[in-house]
Design a protein. Structure first.
Length: 88
């Protein structure tokens, strides 16, 4: 079984994002508009990508730069972290 590799990246520019999407083998789908914001459904582009996060089954999800989506995502992440601490 391949070793699972976790990489934490704070910020990327468009060139780095293209490289990351290439590594994840999703660049073509990304560029053809197949990916949407997990919160509002907006098509994700290079210009509006705010967050990329891991999902089950070795996939990724996206959040757009819309202020409401950024806030909702941050609050959800904080809630998930609190839940993890309580269950440990």
């Amino acid at each position: 079984m391949a070793e699972k590799k976790q990489i934490e990246i704070d910020a990327v520019d468009t060139g780095q994002l293209k490289s990351l999407l290439d590594i994840l083998n999703i660049k073509s789908g990304f560029e053809s508009g197949e990916y949407h914001c997990e919160l509002c459904g907006t098509v994700i582009t290079y210009e509006n990508t705010k967050f990329i996060f891991p999902r089950p089954n070795m996939t990724v999800g996206f959040v757009c730069k819309n202020a409401a989506c950024v806030l909702d995502f941050a609050l959800k992440e904080e809630s998930d972290k609190e839940r993890e601490v309580k269950t440990e």
